[in-house]
Write a protein that binds this ligand. Structure first.
Ligand code: 13P
Length: 340
C-alpha cells in the first residue's frame, strides 16, 4: 500500500476552501432528476449536463474533487477531452462511485445492504487506469419502527470496510459513506443515537480490517430530525449535535469529513456546514460532498437547453462559492440574495 500517496490524495480532496461535487447519480437516479425538468435521459443529455457542471468558469476554485458514475468516467467534454483528464488538468481529483446500490437485506424487512464487492478488485484497477483517484461506496441506514437492527448496521459496516481495504490496495482513496437517512419522522435525538452506533461500528470494522485511516475520507449524514418530524431542530442545534457526535466517534487520524446533503435544501446544507466550521477547534477538515445541494438550482436553470448553459453555470458557481465560504464559517444566509 502506497500510504504517502493515499494521504496526499485524501488531503487534496479536503483542501481548505473547497469541497466535493457528487455527480455520480446512477442512470436510474439521473432519469428521476431529468423527469422533473422534463428532459429525456439519454447518454448525450447526461453527458451535456455533466459537461455544463464541470466546465463552469471559476468553479474549480471551490471544487476539490468530483464523484463520477461509470458511464461519466468514460465520457468526454465537447472538445473531446475525457472528463477525468479535463478535471485533473484543473487540479480537481476525479472519483468514481463503485457500489452497486442498496438491496433488501434478506431476513430483515425494511433494511438494506449495499452490494458490489464481487469483482471490485478488478474494477478498481480499471478505474485507476481511467484516472480515478478516489472512490465512493454508500451504505444506507433507514430509521423507523424497530429499525435499524444491529445486524444491518454491522453488515453494512463490514461491506464498507472490505471496499475501503480494496480501494487502498489499488491506490484509490475510499470515501466511506454510512448514510443515516433523514426521510422518516424521527427526532434529532434518535438520529444522533443511530448515527453514533453506526459510526462506532464502522470505525471498529475499518480498524479491524487494517484500513489506513489517514487515507480515507468519511462522508456522513448530519445529525438532523427526520423530514416528517413535527419538531425540527434549529440550524445551531444541528451543528452542535453533529459536531458532538463526530468528535465522539471519528478518530483524529481521519483527514477530513465531507457531508452528504441527504435531502436538505441548498441553503440549509450550506448554513449547517458554516455553523459547524464556526464552532472551531476541530481535529479534521469539515467539508461538503453534496449532490442535490450543489446541483438543484443549476439543474432547474439548465432545463436541457444549450441557451441556458451559461446561466446554469453561474448558479453552480454561486452554490460552490457559498459552500466554499462555509468551510471557514463565513457564510451568511443573506448571501443567498446575491446575484449569481
Ligand atoms: P446528496 O448530497 O444529494 O445526498 O448526494 C450525495 C451523495 O453522493 C449520496 O451518496
Amino acid at each position: 500500500m502506497n500510504t504517502p500517496e493515499l494521504e496526499r490524495i485524501a488531503r487534496a480532496m479536503v483542501a481548505p476552501g473547497k469541497g466535493i461535487l457528487a455527480a455520480d447519480e446512477s442512470t436510474g437516479t439521473i432519469k428521476k432528476r431529468f423527469d422533473k425538468i422534463k428532459v429525456q435521459s439519454t447518454e448525450e443529455s447526461r453527458r451535456a449536463y455533466r459537461d455544463m457542471l464541470f466546465t463552469a468558469p471559476g468553479a474549480a476554485d471551490f471544487v476539490s474533487g468530483v464523484i463520477l458514475y461509470d458511464e461519466t468516467l468514460r465520457q468526454k467534454c465537447a472538445d473531446g477531452t475525457p472528463f477525468p483528464a479535463y478535471l485533473t488538468s484543473l487540479g480537481i481529483v476525479p472519483g468514481i462511485k463503485v457500489d452497486a446500490g442498496a438491496k433488501p437485506l434478506a431476513g430483515f424487512p425494511g433494511e438494506t445492504v449495499t452490494e458490489g464487492l464481487d469483482g471490485l478488485r478488478e474494477r478498481l484497477q480499471e478505474y485507476h487506469g481511467l484516472g480515478a483517484r478516489f472512490a465512493k461506496w454508500r451504505a444506507v441506514i433507514d430509521v423507523g419502527d424497530g429499525i435499524p437492527s444491529r445486524f444491518a448496521i454491522k453488515a453494512n459496516a463490514h461491506a464498507l470496510a472490505r471496499y475501503a481495504a480494496l480501494c487502498q490496495e489499488a491506490g484509490i482513496v475510499p470515501i466511506v459513506e454510512p448514510e443515516v437517512l433523514m426521510d422518516g419522522d424521527h427526532t434529532i435525538e434518535r438520529c444522533e443515537q443511530v448515527t453514533s452506533t453506526t459510526l462506532q461500528t464502522v470505525f471498529d470494522v475499518l480498524y479491524a480490517h487494517r484500513v489506513h485511516l489517514e487515507g480515507i475520507v468519511l462522508k456522513p449524514n448530519m445529525v438532523i430530525a427526520g423530514k416528517k418530524c413535527a419538531a425540527q431542530a434549529s440550524p445551531g442545534q444541528v451543528a452542535e449535535a453533529t459536531v458532538r457526535c463526530l468528535k465522539r466517534h471519528v478518530p483524529a487520524a481521519v483527514p477530513g469529513i465531507a457531508f452528504l446533503s441527504g435531502g436538505q435544501s441548498e441553503a440549509q446544507a450550506t448554513e449547517h456546514l458554516s455553523l459547524m466550521n464556526a464552532l472551531g477547534s476541530l481535529p479534521w477538515e469539515l467539508t461538503f460532498s453534496y449532490g442535490r445541494a450543489l446541483q438543484a438550482t443549476a439543474l432547474e436553470t439548465w432545463a436541457g437547453k444549450d441557451a441556458n448553459v451559461a446561466a446554469a453555470q453561474r448558479q453552480f458557481h454561486k452554490r460552490a462559492r457559498l459552500n466554499g465560504l462555509a468551510r471557514t464559517g463565513d457564510y451568511k444566509p443573506a448571501m443567498e440574495k446575491e446575484a449569481a
